[in-house]
Design a protein around this ligand. Sequence first.
Ligand code: UDP
Length: 321
Amino acid sequence: MRVLITGGAGFIGSHLVDRMIRDGHSVTILDDLSTGTRDNVEIHETNPEFRAVYDTILAVDAVDELVREADVVFHLAAAVGVKYIIENPLHSMRVNVRGTENVLEAADRHRTKVVLFSTSEIYGKSPTLPFREDADRLLGPTTIHRWAYSTAKAVDEILGLAYHEERDLPVVIVRCFNTCGPRQRGRYGMVIPRFVDQAIRNEPLTVYGDGTQTRCFGSVFDVVEGVTALLDCHEAEGEIFNVGSNEEVSILQLARRIRELTGSRSEIELVPYAEAYEPGFEDMMRRVPDLRKIHEFVRYEPSRKLDDILFSVIEHRRASA
Ligand code: UDP
């Protein structure tokens, strides 16, 4: 197949590139290198089955042309990372709403299948756990950037569903929970590479809030496997799937574990949310996916444990330090 991966130089996107190339597909990426890097796809640069276009998904004509040439589009290009979206609110909204619209409109014109990447931020701060795909969402005010991001991604999903329903466009939606692994960087907020970098430098590990908030960190390799399986599943079209892991850990436990595995002398420092992000910032105290649906459709089962993920990130961050 001819596969287009928007955001293909990003963290998850580049792992998907590896997988698609390995499966014998020809791959084009479209990436503006805002949070992605060329290093992530460097190994493919001499492969004739790989092509990189460094442009924005806001470029309507470029998007149209690339979608026309593809059999399937994995749409990952987005403004991501809690820190990034707080620092770039306008750009984030434009890319996350208009960019997705561009991709879906082009896909509709050329009848191209779309796998749309969404996020567990969709559920907001809902207290009803684990999060099921059809659950209610609970968001705070529009003045808080995190909820604006959640809203933008919800608009993407709604557009994707509408194209499926009204135009019969094959669209599959995946909601990634906290995904981690090699190539992820801490610059835009993501906690694991941040802690690992801090631990390697023996600097304080900055735990936000009191550290009792929990997350489930899934391996990027599991996520790529799940998404690849969904691509081949006709029944998945028009459906939304959680993907990730349900191994829950508190952020304080995570900091301690990273300190242990790196043999670091770092202290753990508690930083108030308002200082770390913005006044009025709200975190979700727990976030756990219900993974029954994706298991039912494609037998998805997260197979990498948190320690495996941490080892792989530590190795990668040490190599790039
Ligand atoms: N976090 C932290 N220290 C950091 C970065 C993040 O304690 O340096 C916390 C953050 O407040 C959240 C969790 O780690 O509770 C996961 O943050 P991340 O930004 O990786 O993903 P989120 O789940 O918030 O989208």
